[in-house]
Write a protein that binds this ligand. Structure first.
Ligand SMILES: C[S@@+](CC[C@H](N)C(=O)[O-])C[C@H]1O[C@@H](n2cnc3c(N)ncnc32)[C@H](O)[C@@H]1O
Length: 214
């Protein structure tokens, strides 16, 4: 099993069948895989090219699976349930991402992107992850708590590059923005029902077509 990321954030203690490598997924892939898993990457730069590499380097009959949080939900019921600090955060970061030639809208189009490139048996499941520790079910409560914690820890890292692309933004406006989002998050609000929409999308590369005699 091989795990890649372009940043040097790989853990050092890993199971014996797992190797981590620092690699830019938009560059040519060398190995072939029979299963490819990606999470929270549908909005990174060159995503369509990365998808193309994945298709070309998957063995016939192999599967790809995505688990993608929707940072920019377009359907009102999800907009209403997404924490407002998070919406504010991603709306602004999304503006910067557009300047980097990428966007947050791929998640909702992922199923079609997979079909267009040639994947078959494409399936999409949209689930809701609680945000914060409000759920009465113990497991979902933990998921919500961990997701909230991970988001709060990653705010700066996620925002730095995209916001540096916006006109007039400097270190001080960046710090103010992150502080404002943190304050919004602390404001008293109905924690109940806050959710993140998660897209689980998978598809299969067609089996090699048999060559007909004659
Ligand atoms: C939101 S994080 C998700 C990380 C991880 N997949 C997870 O779910 O915990 C997006 C990751 O994509 C990585 N990334 C961005 N562009 C990349 C590229 N061209 N090749 C490989 N990784 C890339 C970033 O370094 C970052 O760690």
């Amino acid at each position: 099993m091989l795990g890649i990321d372009v940043s040097p954030l790989q853990p050092t203690v890993v199971p014996p069948n797992l190797t981590f490598r620092i690699q830019d997924a938009s560059e040519e892939w060398i190995e072939q895989f029979d299963y490819i898993h990606m999470r929270d990457v549908a909005w990174i730069r060159d995503f369509p090219l990365i998808l193309e590499h994945a298709y070309n380097n998957l063995t016939p009959g192999g599967w790809i699976e995505f688990q993608e949080p929707n940072h920019s939900p377009s359907r009102s019921e999800y907009v209403l349930r997404t924490p407002s600090a998070m919406l504010t955060f991603w709306q602004t970061v999304g503006e910067g991402l557009k300047r980097m030639d990428t966007n947050l809208g791929n998640v909702e189009k992922l199923k079609d992107m997979l079909s267009d490139i040639g994947f078959v048996n494409v399936k999409e499941e949209v689930i809701e992850i609680p945000f914060g520790a409000w759920h009465e079910n113990g497991e979902l409560n933990s998921i919500g708590r961990i997701y909230e914690e991970a988001w709060l820890q990653n705010l700066e890292g996620l925002a730095l590059r995209p916001l540096s692309k916006l006109d007039g933004w400097d270190q001080s406006s960046f710090k103010q923005f992150v502080e404002r989002v943190r304050q919004m998050h602390k404001e008293p609000r109905a924690h109940k029902n806050e959710c993140i929409q998660f897209y689980v999308v998978c598809g299969q590369k067609p089996e090699e077509e048999s060559v007909e005699d004659g």
